[in-house]
Design a protein around this ligand. Structure first.
Ligand code: SAM
Length: 229
């Protein structure tokens, strides 16, 4: 149980592109806390400015999380409340938020979620693929052998699969999916909620052919049909 003298860690979801996709409660929380821990303070600064939020910002990202995590925990233990935000969507989903949340739990700090967008949920619901059971896979490992092995492990998975991937690796990723999982139905959801939003559905070979025509840009998610019975 949280002791009243401790602060609270709020895990605040923020937009994945369109700044209007923020909840009233997220705005109130970001205004009311003592400190906001953000992956990229310049990036989150744009959001905060847009909503006239003047709460001090500090960075918490992959390269300083080992040192910064315990510092933030100390601040909360001394009575200050902190809001954790990521560059996009829900902190803790494929970003360093997970570590801070784990550390807060170990220190018996109260954690309050402020729900909102998570990129993979938006991609899944517009994919047209089954949503009743799915497996969120996040980013595959970078190393070719490990990537292959993970896809081989997933080949028998019947649930819909969801991956995050960089635009530079999309074509390679689709080739790997075609080879290892077969020419299944997929959906590539690119730049969701942004100006150049694009949702491309079809067999892997069709979608691959489409993206081979030009340079792939922006942020994207790939939703892949599970193995058929
Ligand atoms: N915490 C985030 C969430 O709640 O989804 C995800 C952070 S992860 C570091 C960033 C990845 O999310 C991107 O590489 C991309 O795969 C996906 N992503 C984030 N915003 C997106 C958007 N607007 N459209 C498509 N994919 C997006």
């Amino acid at each position: 149980m949280n002791q009243a003298k401790f602060g609270i860690l709020y895990v605040v979801s923020t937009p994945i592109g369109n700044l209007s996709d923020i909840t009233l409660r997220a705005i109130e929380t970001l205004k009311q806390v003592d400190l906001i821990a953000a992956e990229d303070t310049r990036h989150s600064g744009i959001l905060l400015k847009n909503y006239s939020i003047t709460t001090p910002l500090t960075s918490y990202h992959d390269f300083n999380k080992q040192k910064k995590g315990p510092e933030l925990i100390q601040q909360i233990l001394s009575g200050r409340s902190v809001a954790l935000v990521s560059d996009a969507g829900t902190p803790g989903i494929s970003d360093p938020g997970y570590l801070l949340i784990k550390l807060a739990i170990e220190n018996q700090i109260q954690i309050v979620p402020i729900p909102g967008p998570a990129a993979f949920i938006s991609a899944l619901v517009v994919s047209g693929l089954p949503t009743d059971k799915f497996s969120f896979e996040g980013f595959l490992p970078n190393k070719p052998q490990k990537r292959r092995r993970r896809l081989e492990e997933l080949a028998q998975e019947k649930r819909t699969l969801i991956f995050y991937e960089s635009p530079y690796r999309l074509l390679k990723f689709l080739e790997e999916v075609r080879q290892i999982l077969g020419d299944r139905r997929i959906c590539v959801a690119r730049e969701l909620t942004k100006k150049f939003e694009e949702i491309k559905r079809g067999a892997v070979s069709e979608v691959l052919g489409y993206f081979q025509q030009g340079k792939v840009k922006g942020e994207l998610i790939i939703v892949v049909e599970g193995k058929k019975d």
